[in-house]
Design a protein around this ligand. Sequence first.
Ligand code: HEM
Length: 443
Amino acid sequence: MSTTTQKLSSLPLPPGSLGLPIIGESISFLKERNFAAKRQQKYGSIFKTHIFGRPTVVMVGAEANQFLFKNENKYVTSTWPKTTRVLLGPASLSVQIGDFHTSRRKLLFQAFQPRALASYLPTMERITAEYLQQWESSGTLTWYPELRNYTFDIASSLIVGIENGSKTALGKLFEEWGAGLFSLFIPLPGTTFSKALRSRQGLLKLIGQITLKRQQQGNLGEDALGILLQARDEDGNRLSLDELKDQILVLLFAGHETLTSAIASFCLLTAQHPEVLEKIRAEQRQLSVSAPLTMEKLKQMTYLEQVLKEVMRLIPPVGGGFREVIEPFEFNGYFIPKGWIVQYQIIQTHKDREIYQDSESFSPERFAAETTQEKQKAFAYIPFGGGLRECLGKEFARLEMRIFASMLVTNYEWELLPEQNLEMVSIPTPHPRDGLKVKFRRL
Ligand code: HEM
């Protein structure tokens, strides 16, 4: 043991319980929505637990986030359970680490540059209009599953050029694959994992066929796949077909459930706060918003932007992120050993009362430019994570949320149906237990 490690290991481990042998506190972690909140109250903003077979330290707050984001690849590195790693595939951006990850991020970012985003706008607008019309003709609907189809249709159209993706083979394979992503790693016939692995093969085949067709036709396309087919890394090399397939899959995956949750939470919170909805509508009127939308117009929707920010503060689609400790370190006087897992906490960071007064209430005004709270501490608002692994699709997500919200509030109204369970379920991402039942009509 080196002297530094000896010195470090003389420090105490964070307080907390490792739970039962082997399973630790995994069941509570999966079942209790306020798992971290309860333990934070008992032990403070850094505590240990044992989940998914690994001793884990949960670190809460802006300083902890900053520390972890700034020490990516030095003390910590991204990690995923084996099932997720295998199903995402060896070349997927999410499982890459170190310099190779940084270089691949740069390459994939070409599909999210401002120019690419502007070219996605008309498709997002068209698909949004189609869904809004469908919902109008339904009258009443369970919105969450509809919103999942909506975000998937946009993703499949803009990422691989498939229209109505949720109703095609792509959608079916994607569902089966997604169902296995966080299942137990049991590579035996008939298990959720094995079914998902088979779907992965189907998805890769499909992406391969689309790619081949484009290459044969000499038209690579202008969607994300088209951009990535033409992109080159720093050494001038193109992505191999195998890598391209994994990267397309991660893009389809990373944005789907997250974006659905954010949009569903917007619908729920604005239905519960008519005064906020009225202010959004007033801004839309004042800006004389009409079709077709433009990037300039969307940028002017500053109140809407505050609302969307507050939606993701209060109900962040991703609750936190996991890292593996690659070099032991000290944080706030505690020893964090090599090989342990660390979790940064988005939910609890967003509830910090020192930063967000009345942190449980929905109050978009807290993000108004003129209030002091906007001059927040760095790393206190992190719905998209931070540092080297910050969400690659952040601007894509912000664009789609604004388009959806603007078109929805300007032309439609919705009302929560009585007698439904609005309690939030957190898996795969937060949504109301009964799927958000509403009455929907044109304004
Ligand atoms: C509201 C919607 C979204 C939220 C809240 C969200 C949140 C996040 C978070 C918290 C991370 C970091 C995870 C970590 O630290 O380990 C992340 C990573 C990522 N996100 Fe998103 N995301 C959203 C939408 C999207 C979309 C639409 C796409 C793509 C179309 C996307 C692509 C990615 C990718 C590729 C990564 C991995 C980045 C890397 O490992 O370098 N996300 N996202």
